[in-house]
Design a protein around this ligand. Structure first.
Ligand code: CMP
Length: 161
């Protein structure tokens, strides 16, 4: 067994998550505000793109919800305009980004969270973020290709870990 720790194997070991800035937040000019909160927390963005999803993309991204009653509304909202997909990398990033996002239902989200500060609705709830590390890898795989990722070290890395 090869136990050598290379830069590449470290990259693979670090937790990753997906953050989607949904069409409502894009239209409301909140992209910079939301990205700023992730950066100020100390997390690293290692892939980012603005895209309009296809129906197939939405079905894959939300595969666990396709049978649910709210899915048609969610799907038409996600298809209604461009969104920004961001891959975030860093220790405990799945939990941290969920905390920064706040409760799924915006009216229940605490002030100070992204949804608590900007959302008023359950479907139009500003952002989506993966709820588990395994789920993050699946969802990132729906929206990103391997060549979309950039491998680099933040110069402040030692101050935020
Ligand atoms: P999101 O984090 O993107 O994950 C699934 C989305 O479905 C959720 O945010 C909400 O926008 C939307 N949604 C609509 N109705 C419900 C519901 N009853 N329960 C959970 N999510 C819902």
């Amino acid at each position: 067994m090869n136990l050598e720790v290379t830069e590449e194997s470290c990259e693979k070991m670090t937790e990753k998550t997906l953050l989607v800035i949904k069409p409502d937040a894009v239209q409301r000019g909140l992209i910079g505000e939301i990205i700023s909160r992730i950066e100020r927390k100390g997390l690293k963005l290692n892939a980012l793109k603005m895209i309009k999803l296809t129906e197939d993309d939405v079905d894959k991204l939300y595969d666990i919800h396709v049978e649910k009653g709210f899915y048609p509304l969610l799907k038409s909202f996600i298809l209604s305009g461009p969104l920004v997909a961001i891959s975030i990398q860093g220790k405990n990033c799945v939990k941290i980004v969920r905390k920064l996002a706040g409760a799924t239902n915006s009216p229940e989200a605490e002030p100070g969270t992204i949804r608590g500060d900007f959302g008023i609705d359950l479907t139009k709830n500003i952002v989506h973020s993966s709820d588990k590390p395994e789920r993050a890898l699946y969802e990132l795989g729906v929206l990103f290709e391997s060549e979309d990722y950039v491998s680099f070290d933040l110069i402040n890395k030692s101050w935020v870990e």
